[in-house]
Structure formats: structure tokens, C-alpha cells
Ligand binder design. Structure first.
Ligand code: MG
Ligand code: MG
Length: 627
């Protein structure tokens, strides 16, 4: 199997902080980026000792620029410059120097000339017990294609000279990856990996600011890594990411994300690598998710009354009381809401930190043990808290903002939680308007977005859907949906860099990332809205101008537009598919509910999001609670 490594340039912080985060995440190797070393106030031997104490192998020192193709006297000077770096590397305790293809205007072209230069460099390196890897930069002056770099290495024909492959420089230029498989694995000295979103940007800016971990972007890292594997290469897979968000984010979180992305990628490639899959320690498969089992709200007793009245106004009924805790079950259709007012434990700590809000969600999974095993292998944090006698211990991991995700097997032991832990409460049956949880929208800091995206897509059977930029009156919000293969389990991740967006205000009110809104599905939006209004639930107002615009955009069946306008229902259409949505006011300045009716529609009403955000910004006032 490959070993794992990451370049120090990928993370924020000082060199010490980077190395500690890299070791703590569980990498075995590290590439020392020259600027990180130059900015370090200690000696190379101290860096070597620090890495050694942390159990990290320094796999390479990088980059060494503008070497090949130079005329004299620049050529001799470049060799002298390399000799000094080699001396430094001996002290650092690494044997590999990364030389990237030249961008110097002085450099002259020609494979033979470049090969001669590298052979001369190889003689010096070999004399000092070191090696040199040659990498084609996508914007190199004469060499910008790994196939040319390989030809240079092949012609240099020197044991101390090998090839360095970089997925970005290959895939960003849409170079074919199949020829990689023909390169002998022992001639490849290092493989660097990064993904990137598909952007139409000059390749240098794209590379310097938008690289991301495998699985976070749109490049085919699996095909690249598969081709690498076919060469027999078994050295480090090293992440080399230049990304402004990563360099602004927490080094610990980014390092953990990096390892998570490598574990997932290697597992993806493994079947083609090893003919006998049962001999490898494969990841447990992503267990299918089938909707949300429950949403748990942590609130203090003072706020709980208002939340209960809002639930009742929406047609929910309290159907269960926990045997040993101040925890209630509210139900309607397939929706379970839990109100937790315990004075101790996880929910209480959550409510003290964040105020009223969602502290946990339950995910229906086919196999909770498999889900937990995969999550733990992918470095998720598991969670346990004491349970009362006879109560079920449901496996859980930490999700967005430290909230919990429980794995519930509807047909298995963990599905028996309602019978085991709750006593049924007699009363009227719930309303029948709301049928199921449609989606959960989580707000997060901009620099966390890629992290949680990887979390959902690596650990669960979720795929990304439709990236959106949404205009909030306070600035832009970026929105990314992730949906389970069954289409019935959906999360929407929202992030904003502007401080005045509703998303950003949520983050400051809530003291961190978390659930900002929950959407419930219904089969008849008009009946549902009528019932909720009759029960005194206030809904977000929508300006008349919106309906005038709808009239201009679409033909409506007679009377439909008037009913939308009278009920202040937002509408979207996609071909024949139709979508209806309304929103409650914001509860306790933190979260709100959305009611949707889908008629064959798969999206989230992105065209209406700006209208909704504008209306919410105008209406920031307390929720109307039924008395
Ligand atoms: Mg590189
Ligand atoms: Mg929504």
C-alpha cells in the first residue's frame, strides 16, 4: 500500500504547528516547503529532530526552481545553488529534492540539453547520497507535460534522477493519464496529489489558490491514481495543496481532512491494484442512508414552551416521554422531533454554548455498525454518553459544529429506541399534513465548507448536487447540496464570507456552525398552510412584486397564481416539475422551518432564495407563537 504524506504549504500556522497537526492526523511523511523552513528560527537539525520525535519521515525538500536549460555562466551557478541545498538536505535528513521545470526566460529548450543538465545534477546528488525528482509545471517554459519530463528523466539515465508526478499539473491541462501506466514505478520518486474545482481561470491562479483535497473538487483523481498504481509505484502519495481557505483554517482540521481524502482515494483505487481484495484492509462500504430518523432540539425550559407551541401549531403532537430524562418525542407523519430540556449531559452543554438549537440528528442507516466502522476509519470522532438502565446506546459521531449524528437502524436494534427509551403519551393524533423531513440546511464558516463536504461524501453514500451562489442582502452565500443515493436524505451546506448575510449572522448568534433551517415535506401545500395559519403560526411574508414576476415568467392554470399570492407561497418550475415552499419566522433568532411540496422537482428553489433572504432580512423580528 502507499504511504501518506502532505506538504507543509498545505496548512496554516508555524512549521512547529504544521508538523504537530500532520503527525496528530496520522500521516507518516511530510514535504518541507522551503518558505516554511526559511521562516523557522531554528537549525535544519532541529527540524529533523522535531519531525523525528513526531514520527514523521521528511519525504522531500521543495521546490528547486529554474534549473534546466540555462546557458553558462547561469548553469554553473544553478549547480552551485543545488549543491548548497543538498548540504541543507543532509542536515534535514531527507534524500529527495523536488526540481520543477523552469519558467526562466533564460532557459533554452531541448530534451537532450535538459537531460544533460539533470545528469550533471544527478552526479552531484549521488556523491552526497541524495536523489532528485523532476516535475513538469503546467506553466513550465519548455517542459509543461509529464511525458516530456519523463523523457528528460529517461534520457538522463541516472540512478539519482527520477520523475515526480503531480495530479494537478496533469489533470488541469487535461493531459491523458493512461501513458503514466507505462512508466516504470521505480523511476517515479514521488507522487503529489491535489484536486481542484472546475474553473475557467488562468492555470497559475487556479493552482495557487483553488487546489483542494481529492474528492473536494472536480478532477478525476481516481483515474490518475489508478494509472500511478499500475506502474508498481509504492512510495508516498503526498498532498500538495495551495488553497487560501486551508491556509486560513485550523491546521488540525485541514490535516485530518487531508488524511480522510487519501484513505478514501486509496480505497477507491485498491480493487484495481490488488487482485485479491480480501487480503487488504479495505474500508467498510458506505452504508445506504434512508432519511432522517429524528431531529433533536436542545432548549432550556423557558424556551421549550414556545417551541412546543410552534410544533403544535404545525400539527405535531407529543407522543412520548423519555423514561429517565426530560426528553419528549413529537410526531407527525414520518417526522420525529425531540425536545431535550435536560439540565445535564450533551444537550444541556449544547444549549448553554449555542442557545436553543438542533444538537443532534438521527440518520436511518441500513447497518449502524458498518456506518460507525467506516466513520471511525475515516477519522470521524465517535461520541458516547452514559445511558440509563435498559436504555439503548445508539452509536454516534460528531457532525457540523460539534452536533451529533446518530446511526439508527429502523429495522434493527437501534430502531427500537422509541419502545425502549420512551413511554407513550395518550392524546389526540397528530395532523397528517407534514409527511417527512425533506432536507436540513446547515450554516458554516466559509473555510469549513470543503471540510464538511468531504465529511458527508466520504463517510456516507452522499453525492454533491448543484453548487449555487445565492445573493443575500448582506453579501453572497455559497450553497452546496449533498444527497444520499436514495434521493430522500438531503443536506444543504451554506457558507458566507460576508459578515452581514443571514448565514453569517446565524453563525455569530449561534456561536458556530449548525442547523439553520429544516424543511418538511407535505402533499398539499395549500391545506398545510391553511391549517398552520389557522393554528396561529406566522409565515414569512412575500412581496406582491414577486407574484407579478411569476405571472410574467410562467403560464398558470386558472386561479393558481391567485392562490399562491393569497397564501404567500413561493414557487418554482423545472420543465413539468413544480415546487412550492413557505417559511416560518425565525425562532429565537436562530433557526426556522420550511414547508415544501415537490411535484417531481429535485432542487431547492434556488431562484427564490434571494427573495426569501430579502424578506427575512426585512422581517428580523420574533416568531409569532400560537397562544
Ligand atoms: Mg507539485
Ligand atoms: Mg431550504
Amino acid at each position: 500500500m502507499f504511504s501518506t504524506s502532505i506538504a507543509t504549504v498545505s496548512l496554516s500556522g508555524t512549521l512547529e504547528e504544521k508538523l504537530q497537526a500532520i503527525a496528530a492526523a496520522g500521516f507518516s511523511g511530510v514535504e518541507i516547503f522551503e518558505n516554511d523552513f526559511l521562516a523557522y528560527p531554528g537549525t535544519p537539525r532541529e527540524v529533523r529532530r522535531m519531525a523525528g520525535d513526531l514520527g514523521l519521515d521528511i519525504v522531500c525538500y521543495q521546490p528547486f526552481r529554474d534549473f534546466e536549460g540555462l546557458p553558462e555562466p547561469q548553469r554553473a551557478r544553478a549547480l552551485e545553488r543545488a549543491r548548497r541545498k543538498f548540504g541543507l538536505m543532509q542536515e534535514l535528513g531527507t534524500d529527495l529534492l523536488l526540481v520543477c521545470s523552469s519558467v526562466s526566460p533564460l532557459a533554452q529548450g531541448g530534451i537532450v540539453r535538459a537531460a544533460d543538465d539533470l545528469r550533471a545534477l544527478g552526479d552531484i546528488a549521488a556523491g552526497m547520497g541524495l536523489r532528485v525528482g523532476f516535475e513538469a509545471l503546467a506553466w513550465g517554459r519548455h517542459i509543461s507535460d509529464y511525458r516530456d519530463a519523463w523523457e528528460v528523466v529517461r534520457r538522463a539515465d541516472h540512478p539519482a534522477i527520477g520523475l515526480i508526478l503531480d495530479s494537478f499539473h496533469t489533470l488541469a491541462r487535461a493531459l491523458p493519464v493512461e501513458p503514466i501506466a507505462a512508466i516504470p514505478g521505480e523511476r517515479i520518486f514521488l507522487v503529489q496529489l491535489s484536486d481542484a474545482p472546475k474553473l475557467s481561470l488562468d492555470i497559475l491562479s487556479w493552482s495557487r489558490h483553488f487546489r483542494c483535497f481529492p474528492g473536494q473538487g472536480g478532477l478525476d483523481l481516481a483515474a490518475f491514481t489508478q494509472a500511478v498504481a499500475a506502474t508498481g509505484y509504492d512510495g508516498p502519495l503526498s498532498l500538495e495543496i495551495f488553497n487560501d481557505q486551508f491556509r486560513a483554517g485550523s491546521a488540525g482540521r485541514v490535516a485530518t481532512d487531508g488524511l480522510r481524502s487519501l484513505i478514501q482515494l486509496a480505497d477507491h483505487v485498491a480493487p484495481s491494484l490488488y487482485p485479491v481484495p480480501e487480503t487488504i484492509d479495505r474500508l467498510p462500504p458506505a452504508t445506504p442512508c434512508h432519511g432522517l430518523a429524528f431531529i433533536e432540539f436542545a432548549v432550556d425550559e423557558a424556551t421549550a414552551g414556545a417551541l412546543r407551541r410552534l410544533f403544535a401549531g404545525m400539527g405535531f403532537v407529543k407522543t412520548g416521554q423519555h423514561r429517565s430524562k426530560a426528553v419528549e418525542r413529537w410526531m407527525q407523519g414520518e417526522i420525529n422531533l425531540i425536545v431535550n430540556t435536560e439540565g445535564k449531559g450533551f444537550a444541556h452543554a449544547h444549549s448553554i454554548t449555542h442557545g436553543p438549537g438542533v444538537c443532534a440528528i438521527g440518520l436511518n442507516v441500513e447497518n449502524a455498525a458498518t456506518a460507525m466502522a467506516r466513520a471511525e476509519r475515516l477519522k470521524a470522532q465517535s461520541f458516547h454518553q452514559p445511558v440509563g438502565p435498559g436504555e439503548l446506546d445508539i452509536p454516534a459521531i460528531r457532525g457540523v459544529g460539534g452536533s451529533l449524528i446518530y446511526f439508527v437502524e429502523p429495522a434493527g436494534r437501534a430502531g427500537a429506541v422509541w419502545q425502549h427509551d420512551f413511554v407513550a403519551v395518550a392524546g389526540d393524533p397528530p395532523a397528517t399534513n407534514l409527511t417527512r423531513i425533506d432536507h436540513i440546511a446547515q450554516s458554516m464558516h466559509y473555510d469549513e465548507m470543503l471540510s464538511w463536504l468531504l465529511f458527508y461524501t466520504a463517510i456516507f453514500d452522499f453525492e454533491r448536487h448543484g453548487w449555487q451562489d445565492i445573493a443575500d442582502p448582506g453579501g453572497l452565500i455559497q450553497s452546496q447540496a449533498v444527497e444520499a443515493a436514495d434521493g430522500g436524505t438531503r443536506f444543504v451546506l451554506n457558507a458566507s464570507m460576508a459578515a452581514r448575510t443571514l448565514s453569517a449572522r446565524f453563525l455569530s448568534e449561534f456561536f458556530g456552525s449548525g442547523v439553520q433551517h429544516m424543511a418538511f415535506a407535505c402533499n398539499d401545500i395549500f391545506a398545510t398552510v391553511a391549517a398552520m395559519r389557522a393554528a396561529g403560526v406566522g409565515l414569512l411574508d412575500v412581496p406582491d412584486n414577486y407574484y407579478d414576476d411569476l405571472a410574467a415568467r410562467y403560464d398558470f392554470a386558472p386561479g393558481l397564481l391567485a392562490r399562491l399570492r393569497d397564501n404567500r407561497i413561493l414557487y418554482d418550475r423545472d420543465g413539468e416539475a413544480e415546487f412550492f415552499q413557505v417559511f416560518t419566522h425565525v425562532f429565537a433568532e436562530r433557526f426556522f422551518f420550511e414547508i415544501v411540496e415537490r411535484r417531481g422537482y429535485g432542487g431547492y428553489g434556488a431562484v427564490n432564495a434571494a427573495i426569501r433572504l430579502m424578506a427575512q432580512a426585512r422581517e428580523v423580528r420574533p416568531v409569532e407563537i400560537p397562544r
